[in-house]
Design a protein around this ligand. Structure first.
Ligand SMILES: *Cc1c(COP(=O)(O)O)cnc(C)c1O
Length: 389
């Protein structure tokens, strides 16, 4: 399928240019600058079995979705992209395409809760086994390998403690044992981190977060540079049907255009927030990979352009005080999710990570997580100061 014209190969431009133009040539029929929302289920054929632009049914392919898929592939420096109805739909499709009953997968011991639930509650009964281990420890990952290991599932930075895994190191381990390396690049976005360039086989996104960037869609993506995997993802996307609809694809594409400028602003604001937190007497630990004291700082410096918009910290006074701070902010809105233009605050122990209480993934209850938005930084700092004082 080559509509809109221009596959990723054509784009040797810089990141911000590709975010605006890759897969998004003006509409060949009308000149429309914005990629049209092809809100259609099916396509007219002039002759039996002969399509006009390679499209026969929108579960298999839709031009608005193709534009988003080409843009995302280009931004990750790869040739194949697939857009899904959610990050979890992308994860499920990936698992069906890459794993079979009897296979073993290594996952982070602080995996995204939904990923842990998918693997533990849905894949295990289906016949998959897994080991959860700290991916920051490469020797531990080597110890977790089995002959049946087919996939290493990496997240970096992780949620909510912003742990860092060495992508190139994991790619070496996967390569030696014949497993594939998947990187969930949701927290960094392709602007800050390029996993395929570092040796990953597949990149996964919840486009709900930074890629969409406006808290108005749920979406997911798989990206790979390997033709065999690309074919498998296309086949499974079409067969399982958890694809992104045209309007969601269009909103995501609209968001992606500003990814570079948004990410720089997220990073600027997060750095200022970190400075405030470090200096505040009621704050205990601050978790941010940009801090030299962060255990993953050196690896992060080697594989990330900057350190992102997510910041976690602990407050004196335990759970009760942490809950109060979360309810006292005015601009930082109390809510789950992350990566949108607006700043969010949450209590992982009682909110995003409540379902992992009592498991290996449990988080301390004096922890607060911030998704630092792109508002005026002085307003954000004043809001946090008021809530902490
Ligand atoms: C949100 C998220 C997901 C799941 O994506 P949905 O779009 O909510 O289905 C997966 N991984 C990470 C790191 C996430 O933050």
């Amino acid at each position: 399928m080559s509509f809109p014209p221009g596959g990723p190969d054509e784009f040797a431009d810089g990141f911000a240019t590709r975010a605006i133009h890759a897969g998004q040539d003006p509409d060949p029929f009308t000149g429309s600058i914005a990629v049209p929302i092809y809100q259609t289920s099916t396509y007219a054929q002039d002759v039996v079995g002969e399509t006009r632009g390679g499209y026969d049914y929108s579960r298999a392919g839709n031009p608005t979705r193709t534009a988003l898929e080409q843009a995302l592939a280009s931004l990750e420096g790869a040739s194949h992209g697939y857009a899904f109805a959610s990050g979890m739909a992308a994860s499920d499709t990936l698992i069906r395409a890459m794993l079979r009953p009897g296979d073993h997968v290594i996952i982070p011991d602080d995996a995204y809760g939904g990923t842990f639930r998918l693997i533990d509650k849905i894949c295990v009964p289906w016949g998959i086994s897994y080991t959860a281990t700290a991916l920051s420890d490469l020797d531990g990952v080597r110890d977790a390998l089995r002959t049946e290991t087919k996939l290493i599932w990496c997240e970096t930075p992780t949620n909510p403690l912003l742990g860092i895994a060495d992508i190139a190191g994991l790619a070496d381990i996967a390569g030696v044992c014949g497993a594939k390396l998947l990187v969930d690049n949701t927290f960094a976005s392709p602007y800050l981190q390029q996993p395929i360039d570092l040796g990953a086989d597949v990149v996964l996104h919840s486009t709900t977060k930074y890629i969409g960037g406006h808290s108005d869609i749920i979406g997911g993506a798989l990206i790979t540079d390997e033709d065999g995997l690309g074919e498998a993802f296309a086949f499974h996307a079409k067969s399982m049907g958890a694809i992104a609809g045209p309007f969601d694809a269009w909103l995501t594409l609209r968001g992606v255009k500003t990814l570079a400028v948004r990410m720089d602003r997220h990073c600027d604001n997060a750095e200022a927030v970190v400075d405030l937190l470090l200096a505040h007497p009621r704050v205990g630990r601050v978790y941010y990979p940009g801090l030299p004291s962060h255990p993953g700082h050196q690896v992060a410096t080697g594989q990330m352009l900057r350190f992102g918009g997510m910041v976690s910290f602990t407050v004196a006074g335990g759970r009760e005080e942490a809950v109060k701070v979360c309810q006292r902010t005015r601009l930082f809105i109390l809510g789950e999710s992350l990566g949108g233009v607006e700043s969010l605050i949450e209590h992982p122990g009682l909110m995003t990570h409540a379902s992992v209480a009592g498991s290996q993934l449990e988080v301390r209850d004096d922890l607060i997580r911030l998704s630092v938005g792109i508002e005026d930084v002085d307003d954000l700092l004043a809001d946090l100061r008021d809530a902490l004082d």
